[in-house]
Design a protein around this ligand. Structure first.
Ligand code: TXD
Length: 321
């Protein structure tokens, strides 16, 4: 099989880490595009010059010309501004919608058959806009948020229980905003319910519930916690890793079940919107949505999160996008 061509639109913090990870794992040839002159060329030169040390041999090219993404198999979009302290993701709507519009037009022109992973915020709205402008089928346009949010939740559970994070499974569904929905009921350590282990640790159901609630709240605000510490931007190592999990699933046709910001046609009671749900990712992109029974409380939380997404989309449409 020919090597995959992976185009990264946006060569900032996340784009740069993505380029390095793709090269190091030899997932494909990389084209790093940014509007800032020379910067993507500088980053890719720097990455390529580590190839002898890391032992990878793929092409890594920086560019300011969309023509270089021609024929890309996979496109990852991180173009747009990140948050500053005190901002919500939704505050980025107008600025980033303008950017995503141009990006979508160019991806449609130069890489019409690509599978596209959107990362730019506000995520659910940017995926919706990209899909609208390109008209690509929904299996080929989706967003990354849930893998990161779930990894954050899993990390906090591992720290709290003193077990390896490798053995923790936990999933976060819904929109990529403050209303996201960590699914507590199915959070587990190698199959053992996390709640049961917390109750054992504290010997008290109410205390265990309090501790879990604080981890859920921290997960919801985890992006903001990093923004507050960094002061000049938002998380970039972990979002890049999350997107790499998606690229690996696509390139390796792994059929992985991952939380994906995917288009819903009635699943989970949502019709016609992009929302974070479990989906199977393989060579065709989103191969199917995996629906499972939510209890009343979970469904109410998901509905609340979906409402936040639909409101954001309505705001975006009012702005003329
Ligand atoms: O999980 C997730 N989905 C996210 C998303 C987690 C964290 C951050 N997330 C969002 O990703 C964040 O809110 C931003 O909207 C994006 C990118 O974050 P990053 O930290 O990489 O931002 P940078 O370093 O500012 O990089 C953005 C780059 C920068 O180099 C700009 O010059 C470039 O985007 N940019 C453009 N590239 C192409 N085309 C246009 N028009 C353009 N405008 C700016």
């Amino acid at each position: 099989m020919a090597r995959q061509k992976i185009a990264l639109i946006g060569g900032g913090q996340i784009g740069g880490v993505l380029a390095q990870l793709i090269a190091q794992r030899q997932l494909g040839d990389v084209v790093l595009y940014d509007i800032v002159e020379d910067m993507p060329q500088g980053k890719t030169l720097d990455i390529a010059e580590a190839s002898r040390i890391d032992g990878f041999d793929v092409n890594v090219k920086g560019t300011n010309d969309y023509k270089d993404i021609e024929g890309a198999d996979i496109v990852i979009v991180t173009a747009g501004l990140p948050r500053k302290p005190g901002m919500s993701r939704d505050d980025l709507l107008t600025t980033n919608a303008k950017i995503i519009k141009t990006v979508a037009e160019n991806v449609k022109r130069f890489a019409p058959n690509s599978i596209v992973i959107i990362i730019s915020n506000p995520l659910d709205a940017m995926v919706t806009l990209f899909k609208k402008i390109t008209g690509f089928p929904t299996n080929r346009v989706f967003g990354q948020a849930g893998i990161l949010d779930s990894s954050r939740f899993s990390t906090f559970i591992a720290w709290e229980l003193g077990v390896s994070v490798k053995d923790v499974n936990a999933m976060v569904l819904g929109g990529h905003g403050d209303t996201m929905v960590p699914i507590v009921r199915y959070a587990n350590v190698n199959g053992i319910p996390a709640m049961e282990l917390l109750e054992k640790k504290y010997g008290d159901k109410i205390k265990a519930e309090e501790v879990m609630k604080s981890m859920v709240d921290r997960t919801k605000m985890a992006g903001g916690e990093v923004v507050k510490l960094l002061k000049t931007g938002s998380a970039f190592y972990s979002p890049a890793s999350a997107a790499i999990a998606m690229v690996e699933a696509i390139v390796g046709d792994e059929h992985r079940l991952l939380p994906v910001c995917a288009f819903l046609n009635g699943e989970f009671g949502v019709n016609g919107y992009y929302v974070g749900v479990p989906a199977v990712l393989g060579a065709a992109g989103v191969e199917k949505i995996i629906e499972f029974a939510l209890n009343e409380e979970e469904q109410a939380l998901l509905d609340n999160s979906v409402n936040a997404v639909t409101k954001l989309i309505a705001d975006m449409e009012r702005l003329g996008f």
